[in-house]
Design a protein around this ligand. Structure first.
Ligand SMILES: NC(=O)c1ccc[n+]([C@@H]2O[C@H](COP(=O)([O-])OP(=O)(O)OC[C@H]3O[C@@H](n4cnc5c(N)ncnc54)[C@H](O)[C@@H]3O)[C@@H](O)[C@H]2O)c1
Length: 343
């Protein structure tokens, strides 16, 4: 079999996540080669040069002009994504854009249009779709182990204050954009039905800046499933990360421990019987989730390599990512108007 050419890769934004997640995934994979990094900070450029012995640029436009690239990975602040994606698409380079891919539907539509004009592909990074919790829950729901799912609760908690660009609206900060891709989309995918209406509440509690550090949302789907998703700050005692309820049981994910409580509710033999009947027999099984609950970068980079080589379609479509952006916009609108938004 002929060996495949390494994918000539560049990163725009070699900061915290550019270095730890994407730089490391490229470094670890034999399918990719880091040929250039662009960052406005000299310190970031020095780090990249040291790690990859690659060309470094202060100005990403110069990098796009000079380098022959197969892939650009954009990991800058969230308010910078749209313009950079459009520039990379216009430069005819395959582009991976971190989450959130942009700030709102208007920007998303601009990027989709830029991708349509380009002969190259735009790949949104939604790692929670590869999360070990999500994948295992998908299997269990498909097996029907808890019957028909009617409600999914998904939450993340922290007890910390942050004081960086993520606390400022002008940078695209806030926990809805930052955490929504991880915790709002997966339960909707599990319930597998279009969104019908959305109630959202965004609050700023302890962080400095001018954006929410807490959000909660209730989403009703066309099949009747109710999704509740929240990011909760200053929460000392963590509640479970997932509670998936079906008509024959409940699955609870507490950190990386998944517990299935399965049982068939009793039905009255005598229909006139009025007493309370608990589930006759409850089977409880527990397992430890293996792998990364936020998505295994090496698995994502395998999918990216296949897409760049034209072997497989990248699994995250632009349409589904645009749909998610519209959901975030509706959560924000609901919070401002204090009412349910029809979707
Ligand atoms: N699990 C995940 O997928 C995950 C985790 C963390 C962050 N992120 C996302 O990654 C993005 C970056 O977050 P971060 O925490 O790494 O931020 P960061 O501030 O640490 O990194 C951003 C980098 O971009 C550089 N930069 C700014 N303007 C630039 C320009 N014009 N050209 C080139 N470089 C420029 C900065 O100098 C900095 O090094 C955010 O959108 C965030 O939501 C994703």
């Amino acid at each position: 079999m002929p060996t495949r050419q390494k994918i000539r890769t560049a990163i725009i934004g070699y900061g915290r996540n550019g270095e730890s997640m994407h730089g490391q995934a490229v470094f670890d994979s034999e399918q990719f080669e880091m040929v250039a990094v662009a960052d406005i900070e000299p310190e970031a450029r020095n780090k990249a040069e040291e790690k990859f012995s690659c060309n470094v640029y202060e100005n990403y436009h110069q990098m796009l002009d000079k380098e022959q690239l197969d892939l650009v990975v954009i990991v800058t602040r969230s308010n910078q994504h749209c313009e950079m994606v459009c520039d990379c698409m216009a430069a005819e380079v395959n582009t991976l854009i971190t989450k959130p891919w942009c700030l709102n539907e208007g920007e998303a539509q601009q990027m989709v249009a830029a991708a349509k004009r380009s002969s190259k592909i735009l790949m949104p990074w939604l790692p929670a779709r590869w999360g070990s919790d999500f994948l295992r829950l998908k299997e269990l729901i498909a097996e029907g182990i808890i019957g028909k799912v009617f409600r999914i609760y998904r939450a993340e908690y922290s007890f910390a204050t942050r004081n960086d660009w993520q606390t400022e609206k002008q940078n695209g900060g806030g926990y809805l954009l930052n955490w929504g891709p991880h915790i709002i989309e997966p339960p909707i995918l599990l319930a597998d039905s279009p969104v019908k209406d959305i109630y959202g509440s965004l609050n700023q509690v302890i962080n400095p800046g001018n954006v929410e550090d807490l959000f909660s949302t209730t989403i009703t789907l066309a099949n009747g499933v109710i999704i509740q998703a929240e990011y909760n700050i200053n929460a000392i005692k963590k509640l479970p990360r997932w509670i998936v309820q079906g008509d024959q049981g409940t699955i609870i994910v507490d950190d990386t421990t998944l517990t299935i409580h399965a049982g068939v509710p009793s039905t009255p033999l005598d229909p006139t019987q009025k007493e309370y009947m608990s589930v006759a027999e409850l089977a409880i099984t527990t397992e430890e989730l293996q792998g990364n609950i936020y998505g295994d970068s090496s698995a994502l980079y395998k999918a990216i390599a296949q897409a760049v080589h034209g072997e497989q379609t990248y699994p995250v479509t632009l349409e589904s990512t645009l749909y998610l952006t519209k959901i975030f916009d509706a959560v924000r609108q609901s919070s401002i108007e204090h009412q349910v938004v029809k979707f």
